[in-house]
Design a protein around this ligand. Structure first.
Ligand SMILES: [Ca+2]
Ligand SMILES: [Ca+2]
Length: 234
Protein backbone atom coordinates (compact mmCIF):
# COMPACT_ATOMS: atom_id res chain seq x y z
CA UNK A 1 0.00 0.00 0.00
CA UNK A 2 2.71 2.49 0.98
CA UNK A 3 4.61 1.48 -2.16
CA UNK A 4 1.54 2.38 -4.29
CA UNK A 5 1.16 5.73 -2.57
CA UNK A 6 4.81 6.50 -3.28
CA UNK A 7 4.23 5.60 -6.92
CA UNK A 8 1.17 7.79 -7.02
CA UNK A 9 3.20 10.70 -5.64
CA UNK A 10 5.90 10.12 -8.23
CA UNK A 11 3.37 9.98 -11.07
CA UNK A 12 1.74 13.19 -9.82
CA UNK A 13 5.18 14.84 -9.70
CA UNK A 14 5.99 13.79 -13.29
CA UNK A 15 2.53 14.97 -14.34
CA UNK A 16 3.22 18.35 -12.74
CA UNK A 17 6.56 18.66 -14.59
CA UNK A 18 4.90 17.67 -17.87
CA UNK A 19 2.19 20.30 -17.37
CA UNK A 20 4.89 22.93 -16.76
CA UNK A 21 6.78 21.82 -19.87
CA UNK A 22 3.62 21.61 -21.98
CA UNK A 23 2.62 25.09 -20.87
CA UNK A 24 6.05 26.51 -21.70
CA UNK A 25 6.11 24.90 -25.13
CA UNK A 26 2.57 25.59 -26.24
CA UNK A 27 1.37 28.74 -24.53
CA UNK A 28 4.08 31.08 -25.70
CA UNK A 29 5.14 32.94 -28.82
CA UNK A 30 7.01 36.19 -29.17
CA UNK A 31 4.31 38.59 -30.27
CA UNK A 32 3.90 42.34 -29.76
CA UNK A 33 0.72 44.26 -30.54
CA UNK A 34 1.91 47.19 -28.39
CA UNK A 35 -1.49 47.54 -26.77
CA UNK A 36 0.21 47.41 -23.37
CA UNK A 37 3.07 49.72 -22.36
CA UNK A 38 4.84 46.84 -20.60
CA UNK A 39 5.67 45.36 -24.00
CA UNK A 40 8.23 48.10 -24.60
CA UNK A 41 10.27 46.83 -21.62
CA UNK A 42 11.36 43.86 -23.74
CA UNK A 43 13.13 46.12 -26.21
CA UNK A 44 16.60 47.61 -25.94
CA UNK A 45 16.40 51.02 -27.58
CA UNK A 46 18.64 53.75 -29.00
CA UNK A 47 16.81 57.00 -29.78
CA UNK A 48 13.20 57.76 -28.89
CA UNK A 49 10.96 54.71 -28.92
CA UNK A 50 7.51 54.75 -27.42
CA UNK A 51 4.08 53.24 -27.78
CA UNK A 52 1.64 55.68 -29.39
CA UNK A 53 -1.92 55.54 -30.71
CA UNK A 54 -2.06 55.56 -34.49
CA UNK A 55 -5.33 57.25 -35.43
CA UNK A 56 -5.11 55.93 -38.98
CA UNK A 57 -4.89 52.33 -37.81
CA UNK A 58 -6.89 52.88 -34.61
CA UNK A 59 -4.37 50.81 -32.73
CA UNK A 60 -1.37 51.33 -30.45
CA UNK A 61 1.92 50.98 -32.28
CA UNK A 62 5.67 51.13 -31.66
CA UNK A 63 7.04 54.51 -32.72
CA UNK A 64 10.74 55.24 -33.25
CA UNK A 65 12.34 58.57 -34.09
CA UNK A 66 15.53 60.54 -33.58
CA UNK A 67 18.04 62.85 -35.20
CA UNK A 68 20.59 60.17 -36.18
CA UNK A 69 20.12 56.41 -36.08
CA UNK A 70 17.43 55.00 -33.87
CA UNK A 71 17.31 51.30 -33.11
CA UNK A 72 15.14 48.93 -31.09
CA UNK A 73 16.21 45.32 -30.53
CA UNK A 74 14.45 42.35 -29.01
CA UNK A 75 15.24 38.69 -28.47
CA UNK A 76 18.48 36.88 -27.79
CA UNK A 77 21.92 37.07 -29.39
CA UNK A 78 22.00 33.29 -29.91
CA UNK A 79 18.81 33.01 -31.95
CA UNK A 80 19.71 31.72 -35.39
CA UNK A 81 16.76 31.03 -37.66
CA UNK A 82 13.40 32.71 -37.45
CA UNK A 83 10.51 34.30 -39.27
CA UNK A 84 9.64 37.91 -38.44
CA UNK A 85 6.22 39.16 -39.43
CA UNK A 86 5.22 42.78 -38.84
CA UNK A 87 3.38 45.80 -40.14
CA UNK A 88 5.29 49.03 -40.77
CA UNK A 89 4.52 52.60 -41.73
CA UNK A 90 7.27 55.11 -42.53
CA UNK A 91 5.94 58.32 -41.07
CA UNK A 92 8.63 60.49 -42.68
CA UNK A 93 10.44 58.04 -44.97
CA UNK A 94 12.21 54.76 -44.36
CA UNK A 95 11.30 51.62 -42.46
CA UNK A 96 13.92 49.02 -41.73
CA UNK A 97 13.94 45.62 -40.06
CA UNK A 98 17.00 44.23 -38.29
CA UNK A 99 17.98 40.55 -38.07
CA UNK A 100 21.00 38.56 -36.82
CA UNK A 101 21.89 41.64 -34.75
CA UNK A 102 24.26 41.71 -31.79
CA UNK A 103 23.71 45.39 -30.95
CA UNK A 104 22.94 48.70 -32.68
CA UNK A 105 26.38 48.66 -34.37
CA UNK A 106 26.37 45.08 -35.66
CA UNK A 107 23.38 43.75 -37.57
CA UNK A 108 21.89 42.87 -40.94
CA UNK A 109 18.89 44.77 -42.25
CA UNK A 110 16.36 45.21 -44.99
CA UNK A 111 15.05 48.72 -45.63
CA UNK A 112 12.68 50.63 -47.88
CA UNK A 113 13.11 54.39 -48.35
CA UNK A 114 10.33 55.77 -50.59
CA UNK A 115 12.02 59.21 -50.86
CA UNK A 116 15.06 57.54 -52.46
CA UNK A 117 12.92 55.07 -54.44
CA UNK A 118 15.11 52.41 -52.85
CA UNK A 119 14.83 49.00 -51.22
CA UNK A 120 17.91 47.09 -50.17
CA UNK A 121 19.66 44.82 -47.73
CA UNK A 122 22.60 46.27 -45.87
CA UNK A 123 25.05 45.32 -43.17
CA UNK A 124 26.30 47.34 -40.22
CA UNK A 125 29.51 45.93 -38.83
CA UNK A 126 31.53 47.64 -36.10
CA UNK A 127 29.40 50.73 -36.65
CA UNK A 128 30.20 50.92 -40.41
CA UNK A 129 27.50 50.54 -43.05
CA UNK A 130 27.92 48.37 -46.14
CA UNK A 131 25.10 48.90 -48.61
CA UNK A 132 26.66 46.83 -51.36
CA UNK A 133 25.86 43.35 -50.17
CA UNK A 134 23.08 42.56 -52.64
CA UNK A 135 21.02 43.72 -55.57
CA UNK A 136 18.98 46.86 -54.86
CA UNK A 137 15.37 47.51 -55.80
CA UNK A 138 13.00 50.45 -56.13
CA UNK A 139 10.49 51.47 -53.46
CA UNK A 140 8.39 48.40 -54.38
CA UNK A 141 5.27 50.56 -54.42
CA UNK A 142 5.64 51.48 -50.76
CA UNK A 143 4.68 55.05 -49.88
CA UNK A 144 5.32 57.28 -46.91
CA UNK A 145 2.54 57.09 -44.27
CA UNK A 146 1.19 53.83 -45.59
CA UNK A 147 0.81 50.58 -43.65
CA UNK A 148 2.28 47.48 -45.27
CA UNK A 149 2.79 43.89 -44.15
CA UNK A 150 6.24 42.39 -44.14
CA UNK A 151 7.67 38.96 -43.54
CA UNK A 152 11.37 38.17 -43.29
CA UNK A 153 12.48 34.55 -43.22
CA UNK A 154 16.01 34.13 -41.90
CA UNK A 155 17.16 30.57 -42.40
CA UNK A 156 20.69 29.20 -42.44
CA UNK A 157 22.55 31.29 -45.08
CA UNK A 158 19.58 33.16 -46.58
CA UNK A 159 17.24 35.99 -45.72
CA UNK A 160 14.06 36.32 -47.80
CA UNK A 161 11.67 39.27 -47.67
CA UNK A 162 7.96 39.26 -48.48
CA UNK A 163 5.95 42.47 -48.91
CA UNK A 164 2.18 42.06 -48.61
CA UNK A 165 2.61 38.33 -49.26
CA UNK A 166 4.85 38.67 -52.33
CA UNK A 167 8.56 37.83 -52.33
CA UNK A 168 10.67 40.88 -53.18
CA UNK A 169 14.33 41.25 -54.24
CA UNK A 170 16.68 38.30 -54.42
CA UNK A 171 17.18 36.57 -51.06
CA UNK A 172 20.23 37.90 -49.24
CA UNK A 173 23.10 35.39 -49.09
CA UNK A 174 24.45 35.60 -45.56
CA UNK A 175 26.65 32.50 -45.47
CA UNK A 176 29.86 34.51 -45.93
CA UNK A 177 29.12 37.14 -43.30
CA UNK A 178 31.28 36.32 -40.28
CA UNK A 179 29.73 37.35 -36.99
CA UNK A 180 26.20 37.28 -38.37
CA UNK A 181 25.45 33.61 -37.83
CA UNK A 182 23.06 34.44 -34.99
CA UNK A 183 21.44 37.45 -33.47
CA UNK A 184 18.57 39.60 -32.32
CA UNK A 185 15.66 41.13 -34.19
CA UNK A 186 14.53 44.73 -34.40
CA UNK A 187 13.85 47.93 -36.26
CA UNK A 188 15.89 51.04 -37.08
CA UNK A 189 15.82 54.25 -39.08
CA UNK A 190 18.28 57.03 -39.76
CA UNK A 191 16.82 60.44 -38.95
CA UNK A 192 13.31 59.23 -39.65
CA UNK A 193 10.15 58.40 -37.78
CA UNK A 194 8.41 55.08 -38.36
CA UNK A 195 5.59 53.04 -36.82
CA UNK A 196 5.59 49.27 -36.35
CA UNK A 197 2.84 46.94 -35.13
CA UNK A 198 1.85 43.28 -34.73
CA UNK A 199 5.37 41.91 -34.56
CA UNK A 200 5.36 38.11 -34.52
CA UNK A 201 8.63 36.19 -34.21
CA UNK A 202 8.64 32.43 -34.57
CA UNK A 203 11.45 29.93 -34.81
CA UNK A 204 13.31 27.08 -33.14
CA UNK A 205 14.28 27.90 -29.57
CA UNK A 206 12.24 31.09 -29.50
CA UNK A 207 9.92 31.15 -26.52
CA UNK A 208 6.27 31.08 -27.33
CA UNK A 209 4.34 33.71 -25.46
CA UNK A 210 0.72 34.34 -24.60
CA UNK A 211 -0.99 36.32 -27.32
CA UNK A 212 -0.02 34.54 -30.51
CA UNK A 213 -2.82 35.40 -32.95
CA UNK A 214 -5.51 32.78 -32.81
CA UNK A 215 -4.07 31.13 -29.72
CA UNK A 216 -4.54 33.12 -26.53
CA UNK A 217 -6.34 36.44 -26.27
CA UNK A 218 -4.66 38.53 -23.62
CA UNK A 219 -1.03 39.57 -23.80
CA UNK A 220 -1.20 42.04 -20.95
CA UNK A 221 1.28 39.99 -18.96
CA UNK A 222 3.61 39.28 -21.87
CA UNK A 223 6.72 40.79 -20.31
CA UNK A 224 6.26 38.89 -17.08
CA UNK A 225 5.57 35.68 -18.94
CA UNK A 226 8.63 35.90 -21.13
CA UNK A 227 10.81 36.74 -18.14
CA UNK A 228 9.49 33.62 -16.42
CA UNK A 229 10.09 31.46 -19.45
CA UNK A 230 13.63 32.75 -19.82
CA UNK A 231 14.22 31.67 -16.24
CA UNK A 232 12.76 28.21 -16.89
CA UNK A 233 14.83 27.80 -20.07
CA UNK A 234 18.01 28.92 -18.34
CA1 LIG B 1 -1.38 47.48 -32.07
CA1 LIG C 1 16.49 58.25 -43.37
Amino acid sequence: MSYNLKNLGFIAFIGFILVLFFHAELALSLYFDFENNDQLKQWETVGTWKIVKDDDKKSNVLSGEGTNEVCALVGEKDWKDYTIEFEANGQTDEISVVFRGQNSDNYLSFMIAPSLNLSEFFKKEGGAFDENISQKGDSLGVKIQQWNKYKVIVQNDKATVFLNGKEVLKPLEIGNFKGFEKGRIGFRQWSDKAYYDNVLITGPGIPRTLGEPGAVKSIGKLSITWAKIKKINN
